[in-house]
Design a protein around this ligand. Structure first.
Ligand code: C2O
Ligand code: CU
Ligand code: CU
Length: 565
């Protein structure tokens, strides 16, 4: 049973104390000079790439700044967290080892995975435990993201380091003449508060819970005040907004035009030329920048342009302030031998009139809670049921709050069709899993869940909003169907599925156990039944179980059961 939101503060404080990571201190406001001179700063860190395998989560101290080391939450003791890089068609597998003293969950943001592999708050890996995750990579090439998604402590765990890039390659993208290798650079942007002892400060006030937690130190790949030495040639930047709450309006300080080539779910149909691009937490864009006209010895900065934000502000660097993100120093020679084709991919637009379902997610506030359709998140409540493989038109409506809400949907990618607040932006194009919903605005998307059915999440990717309730479970319902993967792995058949009162479980003839177990998604056995000798079926009552996904297990055979009333 999940805790109520009211216990949030107490639990958060306990979690922080348990991690031993709370440091008090004065925030060093001078760490970020808003306009840094050429020649200063720190060389951009590039995360190590791994295909999966062990992901050991621990508290580690790293040399983030000069002087004292900084305590972070690390993966495999790497800083920044490694980039997971896989190819479409591969099977991704990871063994997550939780060496913390709190629960942890890792989520594969943007990946289409079975809900039991999705890394939802209902699937914690307890302190000292480990868990394996495996799924086929069905997504197209693109820049995705993985991060902590632990009940009510997502924001703090991400802030302290549990977030990295998840890059998918495929043959379609691989055939294009885009910049690659040392000319294809990941830029995961985040903002932190850092005290005079070089420690990350995460101590949100009520105002911070309302607006989201922003910091004064802008980091790229964990590097404060970063610079990168470049050659005068074409570069590709894979940009992820890995911040808890800060929104960036990206631009180069020479106002140069760049091309957006990909968004959350990979390549756009064709590049979009622009001078600015909004990027909200959880969103990604890939851009191609042409540095070929820059003189040797010159520099250009990627910055964030100012925008209006109402409400309480963090004085050292308010939301909507103007600041530098990274400086590119033209000191190298070299040619990326790349070009930018005018057609990148093909994207079949959904047809709005095909939408069978219309549904509105109304964003709200209720005291210290952030809500969706008037309710704060409850782990065991399903707030909406949407049919499998059926086009829906969802409206994210932000008429009642003065906050920005980057809304994220698990389990699929959608297409944005309209914003009442204006034209679609460059970062709204293509396949999306996160969309910025501005104050007073309603954004409509067309969405279909064609890969898997089960329970998924919709939530605000302002992580303080998410932890404070702006999240909901919905169920992708494939009534009566038995999942193909359960057939492959099992041979167990369930009828009916979803089940309301009783489920009849038909077992394969060759089985190594006479016991059938019904487990929740944490793997806890809730029911068990013995198959009598000679029988091949057993019936289990589910009438008193909460709506949601369950696993039926008999020896090594498994199948997924949905309970739904
Ligand atoms: Cu990036 Cu549910 O999260
Ligand atoms: Cu996600
Ligand atoms: Cu929000």
């Amino acid at each position: 049973m999940s805790l109520t939101r009211r216990t949030f503060l107490a639990r958060t404080a306990a979690a922080i104390a348990a991690q031993g990571a709370l440091r008090t201190g004065v925030v060093a406001q001078s760490l970020l000079a808003r306009s840094r001179p050429a020649g200063s700063g720190n060389p951009l860190r590039i995360p190590k790439e791994i295909p999966g395998g062990n992901l050991a989560i621990s508290t580690t101290s790293v040399q983030m700044l000069t002087g004292a080391e900084t305590a972070i939450l690390s993966i495999n003791a790497e800083f920044p967290a490694p980039t997971i890089r896989v190819k479409k068609g591969d099977t991704f597998s990871a063994n997550i080892i939780n060496n913390l003293t709190t629960d942890v969950v890792l989520h594969w943001h943007g990946q289409h995975v079975p809900s039991i592999m999705d890394g939802q708050p209902s699937q914690p890996i307890h302190a000292g435990a480990s868990a394996t995750v495996t799924f086929p990579v069905v997504n197209r090439a693109g820049t995705y993201f993985y991060h902590a998604h632990t009940d009510m402590i997502t924001a703090e765990q991400v802030y302290r380091g549990l977030a990295g890039l998840f890059i998918v390659d495929d043959d379609e993208e691989g055939a294009l003449p885009l910049p690659r290798g040392e000319y294809d650079i990941p830029l995961a942007i985040s903002d932190r508060r850092i005290d005079s002892n070089n420690q990350l400060v995460y101590s949100p006030t009520d105002d911070d819970h309302r607006t989201g937690y922003v910091g004064e130190t802008i980091c790229v790949n964990g590097t404060p005040s970063p610079f990168l030495e470049v050659a005068p040639t074409l570069y590709r930047f894979r940009i992820l907004n890995a911040s808890n709450a800060r929104i960036y309006q990206l631009a180069f300080d020479d106002n140069s035009t760049f091309r957006v080539t990909a968004s959350d779910g990979g390549l756009l149909a064709s590049p979009i030329a622009t001078q600015t691009c909004f990027l909200a937490p959880g969103e990604r864009v890939e851009i191609v920048a042409d540095f070929s006209k820059l003189a040797n010895g010159s520099a250009v900065k990627l910055k964030s342009l100012p925008f209006f934000h109402d409400g309480p502000q963090y004085a050292p660097l308010p939301q909507g302030a103007e600041f530098d993100i990274i400086r590119f120093d033209v000191t190298k020679t070299g040619d990326s031998k790349s070009s930018l084709p005018s057609t990148l991919s093909s994207i079949t637009p959904y047809v709005a009139t095909d939408a069978v379902e219309q549904f509105t997610w109304e964003l709200g506030v209720d005291g210290m809670d952030h809500t969706i359709n008037g309710k704060a998140y409850a782990m065991d409540r399903i707030d909406h049921v949407t049919p499998y493989n059926t086009l829906a038109r969802w409206t994210f409506s932000n008429t009642f709050t003065t906050e920005f809400h980057p809304m994220h949907v698990h389990g699929t990618q959608f297409q944005i069709v309209s914003r009442t607040g204006g034209e679609l932006m460059p970062s709204d194009q293509g396949w999306k899993d996160t969309v910025l919903v501005r104050p007073g605005e309603a954004v409509d998307v067309l969405v279909k869940f064609a890969d898997y059915w089960g329970t998924y999440l919709v939530h605000c990717h302002n992580l303080e909003h998410e932890d404070h309730g702006m999240m909901a479970n919905f169920m992708v319902d494939n009534a009566g169907a038995v999942r193909e993967d359960s057939k492959e792995t099992g041979g167990i058949e369930l009828s009916p599925n979803p089940a309301m009162s009783d489920v009849t479980i038909s077992l394969p003839n060759e089985r190594e156990s006479e016991w059938v177990e019904l487990c929740d998604l944490r793997g806890r056995v809730i029911r068990s039944a013995r198959v009598s000798t000679g029988a091949s079926q057993v019936v289990i009552a589910v009438a008193d179980l909460a709506n949601g996904d369950y696993i039926i297990r008999c020896g090594a055979h498994v199948a997924k059961l949905v309970v739904l009333r």
